[in-house]
Ligand binder design. Structure first.
Ligand SMILES: NC(=O)c1ccc[n+]([C@@H]2O[C@H](COP(=O)([O-])OP(=O)(O)OC[C@H]3O[C@@H](n4cnc5c(N)ncnc54)[C@H](OP(=O)(O)O)[C@@H]3O)[C@@H](O)[C@H]2O)c1
Length: 264
């Protein structure tokens, strides 16, 4: 059946360029792997040069074009500067994965200095806004593109017990709102905007929380119907799906990948 596109072909990303904020480690690195295996070229943003370089070498070995952009997107100015470096590469961006974020501090809300709250909102929410503003103009002009915001089950669906820092739930809920509103605005212009909401995955920040709070780990795992944390590789197929034409009629959605955490 030469010339007929099969269903698996719709997941291919050959010739597409994907920007991933925080693509050097953790879930971003795992998504980068999946997207590259599906054919995508990559631009990875991160703070630490060595981690970026290691990721670049490993992903280039898959036969893809990979560029790295050292930058800190936690402030609006830093996010803007990183985006400018991406634009300086002169390569049309087809897919943007806004992955940088994190809880970072475990503080009761009543004790959190407002300045720190604002910094963490910038990290988790404003960084995604700035990247959308700067990196999606080309998509809008060409009438084609896909944005994936990495949110969390924390915020839109649940508050995580046993750990403070409600800036995280707040920002992730707001990022879900931004996802849906932008999806509506940009649908007529050919750009889809979706979110992935991970549950608990064994990445460095969670290893740190679990080391500091072993009871928190036991309690967290006890709430997962599948009774285990996720492997970062288990997030990658969802990123490929939302980045590719396989999800061509899906916008404003969130795919929850949580082993069932939010079911109970
Ligand atoms: N892990 C989970 O279980 C889980 C659950 C729900 C949601 N999430 C969300 O998934 C996303 C990724 O989490 P993760 O656990 O994979 O985090 P991670 O292991 O800390 O990885 C973060 C990645 O982002 C980069 N990064 C961190 N801060 C940055 C900054 N300010 N500017 C540029 N790059 C930065 C890191 O590299 P450098 O440190 O070198 O910059 C690394 O490449 C976050 O939005 C998080 O909220 C994670």
């Amino acid at each position: 059946m030469v010339g007929v596109m099969g269903v698996l072909d719709r997941f291919r990303l050959d010739g597409r360029t994907v920007v991933i904020t925080g693509g050097s480690r953790g879930l971003g690195r795992a998504m980068a792997q999946g997207l590259a295996e599906a054919g995508a070229d990559l631009i990875l943003i991160g703070r630490e040069g060595d981690a970026l370089e290691t990721a670049r070498e490993e992903l280039t070995a898959l036969g893809r074009w990979v560029a790295v952009v050292p930058g800190d997107v936690s402030t609006p100015a830093g996010a803007g500067a990183a985006c400018q470096q991406v634009l300086n590469l002169n390569r049309p961006v087809d897919v943007l994965v806004n992955n940088v974020g994190g809880r970072r501090v475990d503080l009761p809300t009543e004790l959190m200095p407002v300045e720190q709250w604002q910094q963490l909102i910038d990290l988790n929410l404003t960084s995604a806004l700035v990247c959308c503003q700067q990196l999606c103009t080309g998509m809008l002009a060409r009438g084609r593109g896909s944005v994936i915001n990495v949110t969390s089950i924390a915020g839109p669906w649940v508050s995580i017990p046993g750990i403070g820092g409600r800036h995280y739930e707040t920002a992730k809920a707001a990022l879900t709102g931004l996802t849906r509103a932008l999806a509506a605005d940009w649908a007529p212009r050919g750009v889809r905007v979706n979110a992935i909401a991970p549950g608990g995955f064994l990445t460095d920040p969670n290893r740190r929380w679990f080391t500091e709070k072993p009871d928190f780990q036991r309690a967290f795992e006890g709430r997962i119907p599948m009774a285990r944390l996720g492997e970062p590789t288990e997030l990658a197929p969802t990123a490929v799906f939302l980045a590719s034409d396989a999800s061509s009629y899906i916008t404003g959605s969130t795919v929850i990948v949580d082993g069932g955490y939010t079911l109970w």
